[in-house]
Design a protein around this ligand. Structure first.
Ligand SMILES: [Fe+2]
Length: 185
């Protein structure tokens, strides 16, 4: 690949693949979600995600390119991580919902980074209309992140019951652990 134009199109294809994976995952999660607040947030964003797919197809069409989605390893990684967690931990409904929320927040951050990058590229390449189109999707991702952040699934510990935590060793000391990892807990 030699040009930024080629990079832009390739990244649009990948974003299309990512949004298709997100739509399929949201469809599944909306059906099996036990928490009504999460179910509502996932359902609302599923409709937005389908519109975001349309926008990416429109952007590609404006460039005279086919709407050919490619596999997005980043989003698939979050989806796989979620499935592996559930398989390994058999979480209770409350823990499952809290993990679903965290996974959904990771997806939104990933998508926001993708759209920020694409809007920046579109701008620099002189595709103002495409930049505006993708900016709308970026705003929707941010709103979904805010919607998710407002869902409080975990009862907070009252101020008078704040729990003391073990004194942590300095980070440098933790790194010297013979396992080569982050030290013992
Ligand atoms: Fe999203």
């Amino acid at each position: 690949m030699q040009t930024i134009d080629q990079l832009f199109v390739t990244e649009l294809w990948e974003a299309l693949g990512a949004e298709q994976t997100v739509a399929a995952t949201l469809e599944r999660l909306t059906q099996c979600q036990s928490d009504p607040r999460l179910q509502q947030a996932f359902g609302a964003h599923l409709a937005e995600t389908r519109t975001q797919i349309d926008r990416l197809e429109q952007a590609l069409s404006m460039l005279g390119e086919p709407a050919t989605p490619t596999f997005c390893e980043g989003i698939q990684g979050i989806v796989d991580e979620h499935a592996a967690f559930v398989l390994k931990n058999s979480p209770s409904p409350q823990v499952h919902a809290a993990f679903d929320l965290g996974a959904a927040q990771k997806v939104e951050h990933y998508e926001m980074a993708t759209y920020e990058h694409l809007v920046g590229l579109a701008d620099r390449l002189g595709y103002r209309q495409i930049a505006q189109l993708l900016e709308t999707s970026l705003t929707e991702e941010l709103r979904q992140l805010e919607r998710l952040g407002a869902i409080d699934l975990v009862e907070p510990v009252p101020a008078q019951q704040q729990r003391a935590v073990q004194q942590q060793r300095p980070v440098a000391q933790q790194r010297q652990h013979p396992s080569g990892q982050f030290g013992q807990r």
